[in-house]
Design a protein around this ligand. Structure first.
Ligand code: G3H
Ligand code: 13P
Ligand code: ZN
Length: 342
């Protein structure tokens, strides 16, 4: 089947009361790992590319790999999403290339670092909603900012400094017309989120409940949702890595979020760790190996296992065949009707 809009995946997830993992990719092996995990668990899925991923792949390669994915896995509904678009121009180029969903992250200025104003955020996000919905493409916005900056995107510093304000969230959704809202609840991108197992003081799941009460029909998005499992840290460190002790977002906390309107869950770091651990193991145990397939295949398998676990935990497993995909042209008509009726 052709790639589908993220909106349709999230609408279906809301009906079924489950969440959908959005996994970052930069190469063929990662796309294959996700699609294979989706086939084995019968899951709809979101595949997302950051600006860095688009540059790394020269995004035409990425796009054509995704077309191959839809040919090889025709039974899997998959959306291709621009992660953390930093400007309307970035989102526009993604839409022109064939992405079925974009994130306009106007919580930060175009540099991807400086927190923006509420008015700026509304202006750029609204601009993207207008150009995306005309083509049936989904839009995710963000209000509040995440901590951490190690992955090249984020406000840095204290993740508690800019949590999403529930009342502002209502105004933001109304004035922008977005399909999904990324919220800041104390998480950060990357591996170093928390120095001990997070409590409600630092991972403010309560904020999700408050936002969901005020915006019961808005799809909520959790960024920085890697769990940074101890076993993956151990494999990396056992084979010569140097990860410092750290804690991520426990899967059971994400599951609580899903009960309160979280429909999209962003995971990148866990998959990076799974691949790195598997590659380190091959290098340590078979120093004579030099065929990239000798280490990329175990890396792909290790990532597939992590993705499968997340698909089961988020509840998307088993739902791939539940619905008929809606073409983007139909989605565009849906948005047009919404405007007329507004
Ligand atoms: O937003 C963060 C994702 O993990 C993507 O990271 O910008 O290094 O590709 P990246
Ligand atoms: P992690 O670094 O926790 O995997 O978060 C990824 C993310 O939010 C991508 O947008
Ligand atoms: Zn993110």
């Amino acid at each position: 089947m052709p790639m589908v809009s993220m909106r349709q995946l999230l609408d279906e997830a809301a009906k079924g009361g489950y969440g959908v993992g959005a996994f970052n990719v930069n190469n063929m092996e990662q796309i294959q790992a996700i699609m294979e995990a989706a086939r084995e668990t019968k899951s709809p899925v979101i595949i997302q590319a950051s600006r860095g991923a688009r540059t790394y792949t020269n995004d035409r390669f990425l796009y054509h790999l995704m077309l191959a994915a839809t040919e090889v896995y025709p039974e899997i509904p998959v959306a291709l999403h621009q992660d953390h678009g930093n400007s309307p121009a970035t989102c526009k180029s993604a839409i022109e290339m064939g992405f079925t969903s974009v994130m306009m992250d106007g919580s930060l200025m175009e540099d991807g670092k400086t927190p923006s104003t509420f008015d700026y955020n509304i202006r750029v996000t609204r601009e993207v909603v207008e150009l995306a919905h005309e083509k049936g493409v989904t839009v995710e916005g963000e209000l509040g900012t995440l901590g951490g900056i190690e992955d090249g995107h984020g406000a840095g510093g204290d993740p508690m400094a800019h949590l999403t304000d529930p009342d502002q969230a209502v105004e933001f959704v109304e004035r922008t017309g977005i399909d999904a809202l990324a919220v800041a609840i104390g998480t950060s991108h990357g591996a170093y989120k928390f120095s001990k197992k997070p409590t409600g003081e630092v991972l403010v799941m309560k904020r999700i409940e408050e936002i969901h009460t005020k915006l019961p029909t808005t799809h909520l998005v959790m960024h920085g949702s890697s769990s940074v499992p101890q076993d993956l840290q151990d494999v990396i460190n056992k084979y010569g890595g140097k990860m410092k002790p750290t804690f991520g977002v426990p899967v059971e906390e994400i599951q609580k979020g899903i009960q309160h309107g979280v429909r999209k869950i962003n995971v990148d770091t866990d998959n990076r760790m799974a691949m790195t651990g598997a590659i380190r193991k091959v290098f340590a145990e078979k120093p004579e190996a030099f065929d990239p397939r000798d280490y990329l295949k175990p890396a792909r398998d290790a990532m597939k296992e992590v993705v499968k676990k997340r698909m089961v935990a988020f509840g998307q497993a088993g739902h791939a065949g539940d619905y008929t995909p809606i073409p983007l042209a139909e989605m565009a008509k849906f948005y047009k009707r919404q405007l007329v009726n507004a």
